[in-house]
Design a protein around this ligand. Structure first.
Ligand code: ADP
Length: 543
């Protein structure tokens, strides 16, 4: 017998309609690429999103069409999140930090006819000129005063909005329709498109507002230090409308000083970003002689790569609850969140951090398992480690255009490419990406754990560990370290520091100091580049 409840579709437009009605005065503050600070609110975003939707339709956008963006975190980009999805089109956010060839590939593959871009990305787009895929309309997301001169080929976003009246009823359609398209940043091969639906997006937004999820609420003023082009800014643009949180969009400025100033000016209670962003913020605080406790945050979420213990400790020492979530483009992205259980609350701070350095527990809706190389399921005992498999209503069932073929098994499990342990309470500890695992004489060494340990040394600013060729053990760990400015430390001191923190046979065979470490377009250590550059180091050095 069927239930008798209404079958209203979970549509992204309903989030905005709700925000417009119940949180109209909740602010949205945006720093534009021109350096202006625009203050609006959810009612303002809703009004302009309707005009943007009309403008997209006028440019010929139909349901199912992709609408591409190359843009920073601004109110205009936020409006487009709702405008495109609201009319049944698919917002295709492209990461401008990728190599031009990758952007080229992604734009061609997504095949949008309308591309909206921030003016600073015009040289990038001009460079792609004859390879812009199907793009017919290029719209610069600025006003008439800031439009590039003498470019009849470009449309002005504000001019397009100005010619619309904003009278539009959001159409109602199947919640399984596609709403957004993000390409994985290609850390592991060619970028592949993950195609979200209205349903998956709205369910994920509920998760962000759970107290044991990202704890987002009407009380928050959120500094969005994760870009709108990085897996939908981890769902916050949708969740903020759902709960009416104030949203602070920093535009192109993600450096330490800009984030510090903006977070204080807007009294931000919450912020989220990859660890690299927080490393940059602390560097600024140290250089400027400022205290961590000057930061206005109550909570800080890290994700995208493992939260270094030293960062968690520094935030917590200032009574800022730093925590991490694990996920990937393929999981919308949030799948696990590290929150303390009631029995952890009485523990000393250091032991609480022991819990928070793990990747957390599955949120309702997300199922996890770990499997051995032959596919057999491994126990959740905190010591068996294997590939992490995931399934759930906001987990991908396949890549856009069928790329990569069948990516879930017959029971719907998606293989993440991450290697993890799961303990009896369900806490996941990620040891590596399967491609980054160091296999020394058949045993596995966790590069994440080694890096995390090294980052606790006061002279270490950044550390990366990669497996490099070794005559006897096939592969051994090599540690590359960037020193903090003005500090001096020898390789032997770093090794001595690590000695009581990891198993003896895990100790890197060499520690090399470097000026900087290469990062991917989403701010993660680019281990592919490092492995290639250093693969013969131990063989050459005869270590
Ligand atoms: P890409 O894979 O292209 O870099 P994603 O942003 O989808 O793009 O990256 C997802 C990956 O990031 C995960 O598979 C995992 O390896 C890593 N990751 C995400 N969050 C964490 C975390 N909290 N701890 C460790 N690794 C993480």
């Amino acid at each position: 017998m069927l239930g008798l409840m209404q079958d209203r579709p979970l549509l992204i437009s309903s989030l905005l309609t709700h925000a417009e009605r119940y949180h109209p005065r909740s602010e949205v503050v945006s720093v534009t690429c021109e350096g202006e600070t625009v203050r609006t609110d959810w009612a303002g975003i809703a009004r302009r999103a309707k005009k943007a939707a009309q403008a997209l339709r006028r440019l010929g956008v139909k349901p199912g069409d992709r609408v591409a963006t190359l843009a920073w975190n601004t109110h205009r980009h936020l409006e487009l999140y709702y405008a495109a999805a609201g009319i049944g089109a698919v917002l295709h956010t492209v990461n401008p930090r990728l190599f031009p060839e990758q952007i080229d590939y992604i734009l061609n593959h997504g095949a949008a006819e309308v591309l909206l871009l921030d003016a600073p990305f015009l040289p990038l787009v001009d460079g792609l000129e004859d390879k812009l895929g199907k793009v017919k309309h290029r719209v610069v997301m600025t006003d008439a005063n800031h439009m590039p001169k003498g470019r009849a080929d470009l449309a002005c976003y504000e001019a397009l909005l100005a010619s619309e009246d904003g009278t539009l009823d959001w159409p109602v359609f199947d919640e399984k329709q596609a709403s957004g398209l993000c390409y994985t940043s290609g850390t592991t091969g060619n970028p592949k498109g993950v195609l979200y639906s209205h349903r998956s997006t709205v369910l994920h937004a509920f998760l962000c507002c759970q107290v044991d999820g990202l704890h987002l609420s009407r009380a928050d003023s959120t500094l969005l230090a994760v870009p709108l082009f990085h897996v939908n800014a981890w769902g916050i643009p949708y969740a903020s409308a759902l709960c009416g949180a104030k949203l602070v969009l920093p535009g192109p400025k993600l450096d330490g000083q800009s984030l510090y100033d903006l977070s204080r000016a807007e009294k931000c209670s919450f912020s989220l970003g990859v660890p690299t962003v927080w490393i940059g913020l602390f560097k600024y605080l140290d250089e400027a002689g400022l205290k961590t406790s000057n930061l206005p945050f109550e909570r800080v979420l890290m994700g995208g790569s493992a939260a270094p213990r030293a960062l968690l400790e520094r935030f917590h020492a200032a009574e800022i609850h730093a925590f991490q979530a694990w996920g990937m483009s393929e999981t919308s992205p949030v799948a696990t969140v590290a929150t303390l259980l009631p029995h952890h609350k009485e523990l000393p701070k250091a032991q609480q951090i022991d819990v928070l350095v793990r990747q957390g527990r599955a949120m309702f809706g997300v199922e996890l398992r770990i499997v051995a190389e032959d596919g057999t399921e491994l126990p959740h005992d905190g010591s068996a480690s294997g590939e992490l498999m995931v399934r759930g209503p906001w987990v991908t069932s396949g890549y856009y255009g069928g790329v990569g073929g069948q990516v879930v098994d017959k029971d719907g499990w998606f293989a993440t490419g991450d290697v993890a342990k799961i303990d009896g309470e369900g806490f996941v500890t990620l040891t590596d990406r399967s491609k980054d695992v160091i296999k020394s004489g058949g045993e596995w060494i966790s590069s994440i754990e080694l890096e995390n340990a090294a980052l606790g040394h006061p002279a270490v600013e950044a550390a990366a560990v990669v497996g490099v060729t070794h005559d006897r053990w096939q592969e051994r760990p090599l540690m590359l370290v960037v020193k903090k400015p003005g500090s001096s430390v020898a390789p032997a001191e770093v090794l001595a520091y690590l000695e009581d923190k990891v198993a003896r046979w895990w100790l890197p065979d060499d520690v090399v100091f470097v000026e900087s470490l290469p990062l991917t377009a989403t701010g993660k250590l680019d281990k592919k580049v490092l492995r290639e550059a250093w693969k013969d180091h131990l063989v050459k050095a005869g270590v």
